[in-house]
Design a protein around this ligand. Sequence first.
Ligand SMILES: C[S@@+](CC[C@H](N)C(=O)[O-])C[C@H]1O[C@@H](n2cnc3c(N)ncnc32)[C@H](O)[C@@H]1O
Length: 272
Amino acid sequence: MPRGAQSVQQLANAARARRLNRRNWQRAPSLACQDLGVTIADLEKEPHAVAAMFDDVAGKYDLTDTLLTVGVEKLWRRATVKALDLKPGQRVLDLACGTGTSTRALTRRGAQVVACDFSEGMLAVGRRRLGGLPVRLVGGDATSLPFADNSFDAVTISFGLRNVADVPRALAEMRRVAKPGGRLVVCEFSRPRFRVVRAMYRFYLTRVIPLVAGLVASNPEAYTYLAASIVAWPDQYLLERQLSLAGWQQVTHRNVTGGIVAVHKARKGPAD
Ligand SMILES: C[S@@+](CC[C@H](N)C(=O)[O-])C[C@H]1O[C@@H](n2cnc3c(N)ncnc32)[C@H](O)[C@@H]1O
């Protein structure tokens, strides 16, 4: 495609993505505000506030996670590992690794795993849990990664991208540190395909999560924020577009558990 035509196409895509994103965000406040008592302004947290929130919940993060997902998260993690298709010796970055639950699943493939997060509290729990496994845990922000260009065969982020303040910048950073032809796999909550599942899921997000979090979590408000951030997050098609706009190629997604979670795959161009 000629250079001019390509930039017109990109501008059109960007405008459409912004429109869709606005629609998404416009739908969200009615639910987020009325049912969860959270505003869009509340969702636009500063990075240090997000890190502090995860520091707060770190101790009980895994217990709460297992209870809230009733163990289904294991399916999501398996789908992520499958999509990564790691070979022994390959170098993979698990970004926003948290306490290392997403990281542990990657070590079984014989890959060299580097895990990175900006919450010291989550990393401290991760260091204890992953002790003895061949993983390097690194403190760092997704929007300014402490790694060299072209240094990973694959980059993955599970349930972390939604919490990043500047998503386009983080996607550009992931592309920078991936090798040419390298893979990206994003595992994130998404929009259930069927209306009845969507209705049940909304009920679950707005009623069940606050209730369970109130009983077991150290900071229940954090889970109210997390539930609202799921509602406000772009659906699978818009996220595909955002990945393409960030320069990732061959972008596809697979719905898991009826679209409650989507696993997106993409590649960095071979000459990128
Ligand atoms: C819901 S946890 C997911 C942890 C883990 N990947 C998992 O699947 O269980 C989200 C993580 O994203 C991290 N995070 C959010 N924004 C980040 C950023 N800008 N840079 C690095 N980590 C970030 C948080 O600190 C938190 O540990």
